[in-house]
Design a binder for this molecule. Structure first.
Ligand code: PLP
Length: 392
């Protein structure tokens, strides 16, 4: 055995021993409430395709049209010769959707967070993170070199103390140019399904002169009028400096985006390395996303949001969750191996509900993460509620 192979075998053994080993399972069907998982049809409660758009005819049509008009590949990065008409159309549609002056798309949500945060901060700056932000934001904060401070999840007092600390640190006379403070939160937290107190956070960041970036990955298409997100629902979207979203969840395609001022977008085009040094997303992804942005704002989009929320309320009441805040209903198990066992038993019974473990969530906080979509019907939700009863 080579020394690399030997080192990897030992590391994989440790991962297995800790109940944290993972592997890929081929899905041999389009996304939907029933997927063909390893050759077996399962009722799918694990997807972020909240509005059931990933296999929607309008998105497939959008992708096909984009391929016919712009081709299969893009040939280069956006700044070289890969900036297809479809990317510009999508960005205009996103800016319009979010009622924002401008938008920029990236090839994934992960690269959106990485490129944006690293473009805005240097090692002289401070970044404040909610304890539960997504790995892409944590990685971006580390890569930026800024001083990282983490506050307990949704804790406004701790958030204010950190803003105060950063403000006093940054106002020292020797600090020239003045360092910056960027706070990054999600609007809906991906593994807990709860919401950030955005209006208070906006007031606080304004009070201390910090910038605020809000990742609406799990709220875009799902919350607020027209599905514009929690910022819009709570009336503070125009006070959020950097609005982020993804195209791969409720929007049913793939990619990520930033909405903000034209100057912010112009700056990111010049400075966001994950945007600059990466081949432009394929036209098919942009075409599908464009169709989705139009669909979520239509009457059909509203109907789909209503169905989604009806399913969410049904599942939450069946499982004894009070007041669901999003389409994500976590069931905390704690022990990693126990969570995996329950998930496996559910799979044998015909349900796909993943066990979420470290490092996605903290150690000892393993959980089943149930997600509802507009494509589920009431009977499917009844079945999963009875399957889950008594399992946690
Ligand atoms: C999924 C997710 C991302 C990453 O988006 P991708 O498009 O999947 O790379 C970023 N932030 C949050 C909160 C997410 O849930």
């Amino acid at each position: 055995m080579s020394s690399l192979d030997e080192a990897l075998r030992a590391e994989l053994d440790r991962i297995r021993m800790a109940g944290l080993h993972r592997s890929l399972n081929p899905i041999d069907s389009p996304q939907g409430p029933i997927v063909n998982f390893n050759g077996k049809p399962l009722l799918n409660f694990s997807s972020n395709d909240y509005l059931g758009l990933a296999n929607h005819p309008a998105l497939k049509e959008g992708a096909i049209e984009a391929i016919q008009r712009c081709g299969a590949g893009t040939g280069a990065s956006r700044l070289v010769c890969g900036s297809s008409g479809i990317h510009h159309q999508l960005e205009e549609a996103l800016a319009d959707f979010k009622r924002s002056p401008a938008a920029l798309t990236f090839s994934s949500g992960y690269s959106t967070a990485l490129g944006t945060i690293c473009a805005l901060l240097t090692k002289r700056d401070v970044i404040l993170l909610d304890k539960l932000v997504h790995a892409s934001i944590v990685d971006a904060a580390r890569l930026s070199g800024a001083t990282i401070r983490v506050f307990p999840h949704n804790n406004l007092e701790a958030f204010e103390r950190l803003l105060q600390w950063a403000d006093s640190r940054n106002s020292r006379p020797a600090s020239n140019p003045r360092p910056r403070t960027l706070a990054v939160v999600e609007s809906v937290y991906s593994m807990d399904g709860d919401r950030a107190p955005l209006p208070r956070m906006v007031e606080l960041k304004d009070k201390y002169g910090a910038w605020l970036m809000v990742d609406e990955a799990h709220a875009t298409g799902v919350l607020g009028p027209g599905g514009r997100g929690l910022g819009d629902e709570t009336g503070v979207s125009d006070r959020i400096d950097i609005q982020m979203g993804t195209l791969g969840k409720a929007l049913g395609a793939a990619g990520g985006f930033i909405c903000g001022t034209s100057r912010l977008i112009e700056y990111l085009v010049n400075r966001a390395r994950s945007f600059i040094f990466s081949t432009a997303p394929v036209p098919a992804a942009a075409g599908a996303a464009l169709a989705a942005v139009q669909l979520v704002q239509s009457a059909e989009g509203s109907r789909r949001r209503e169905s989604l929320w009806a399913r969410v309320r049904q599942a939450a009441s069946g499982l004894g969750h009070k007041e669901p805040a999003s389409a994500i209903l976590p069931m905390i198990i704690g022990d990693e191996s126990a969570a995996v066992q329950i998930s496996r038993r559910l799979r044998d019974e015909g349900f796909l509900i993943p066990a979420i473990r470290f490092p996605t969530v903290a150690r000892g906080q393993a959980r089943l993460r149930l997600t509802l979509t507009a494509a589920h019907d009431a009977g499917m939700v009844d079945r999963v509620v009875s399957a889950l009863s008594g399992k946690h």
